[in-house]
Design a binder for this molecule. Structure first.
Ligand SMILES: NC(=O)c1ccc[n+]([C@@H]2O[C@H](COP(=O)([O-])OP(=O)(O)OC[C@H]3O[C@@H](n4cnc5c(N)ncnc54)[C@H](OP(=O)(O)O)[C@@H]3O)[C@@H](O)[C@H]2O)c1
Length: 239
């Protein structure tokens, strides 16, 4: 069986664009998502296999592993934008955010670590520009994604030279999780203007950054792993 690229969060803005871009490059992909109707429809369009899994459920990874064993790349495109003023933040908020963005990603990586090593594969994780920039009400997601960046750098060292590990830190991107921010058109225009390209990012922007880094024979990925471990990529998006 040919090793495939495994995409978690495949129904999301970035995940679905990455799936499309890999498909257009004739790569074999396997989609993972929690909404069966959406995942099935995308898999029919892209003529690929899929698994249904909610990453917050116990043993979700066993279900995925029973569907696919050979992987050459994993993109964990699941995530959230949890925004609250610190006064309202609870420990439970942190737990939930860490579970979705970090702990479940760790479960996925552990499950495929040996197989990725065998296939000289790669892992792409997602942080946020807010980790390095600092925005108001971002204490939960900023801390959590900082942990994702820490995981990236640790695993890039631990897995080198067999598995490349990188992380992309997008700015605000047109997506389901960004709708609470983008539905306010005045706010959305203000955020767009604060960016060099004067627009909000699109899923295809981050996907186009992820694709060459994730691909097995990518010179970019090899060079970064060797010389600089895996400093998270700070918004090369739409710049
Ligand atoms: N969008 C932004 O502005 C932005 C900014 C910085 C960083 N990021 C990061 O970029 C990555 C991709 O996000 P995106 O922009 O593509 O947002 P998106 O379109 O909202 O996609 C998020 C994905 O996560 C999936 N997901 C959420 N909870 C899940 C669960 N419990 N089990 C399984 N899947 C679950 C969603 O599934 P459903 O389709 O079923 O909802 C969706 O496919 C995330 O890590 C995000 O934190 C995004």
């Amino acid at each position: 069986m040919n090793a495939k690229y495994l995409i978690f969060g495949s129904t999301g803005s970035i995940g679905s664009n990455l799936a499309n871009q890999l498909h257009n490059s004739n790569e074999d992909i396997h989609l993972v998502g929690r909404n069966e109707e959406e995942v099935k429809s995308l898999s029919e369009k892209l003529k690929c296999t899929y698994s249904i899994a909610d990453v917050l459920e116990d043993n979700f990874i066993e279900k995925v592993k029973s569907d696919i064993s050979e992987v050459k790349g994993i993109a964990y495109c699941v995530g959230s934008i949890d925004l609250k003023p610190l006064k309202m933040v609870t420990e439970d908020d942190f737990q939930k955010c860490m579970k979705l963005n970090l702990y479940s990603a760790v479960e996925v990586i552990k499950a495929y670590q040996e197989n990725l090593k065998k296939n000289k594969g790669s892992i792409i994780l997602f942080s946020t520009v807010a980790v390095q920039r600092g925005f108001t009400n971002h204490s939960i997601i900023g801390s959590t994604k900082a942990a994702v960046e820490g995981l990236t750098i640790s695993l890039a060292a631990e897995f080198a030279p067999n598995i490349r590990v990188n992380c992309i830190a997008p700015s605000l991107t047109n997506s389901k999780i960004a709708q609470p921010l983008l539905k306010n058109t005045i706010m959305a225009e203000g955020i767009a203007k604060a960016h060099p390209m004067k627009r909000i990012g699109e899923g295809k922007d981050a996907a186009a950054t992820a694709k060459p880094i994730g691909e097995r024979d990518s010179g970019l990925g090899k060079r970064r792993t060797k010389k600089k471990a895996a400093k998270p990529i700070q918004k090369p998006l739409f710049l």
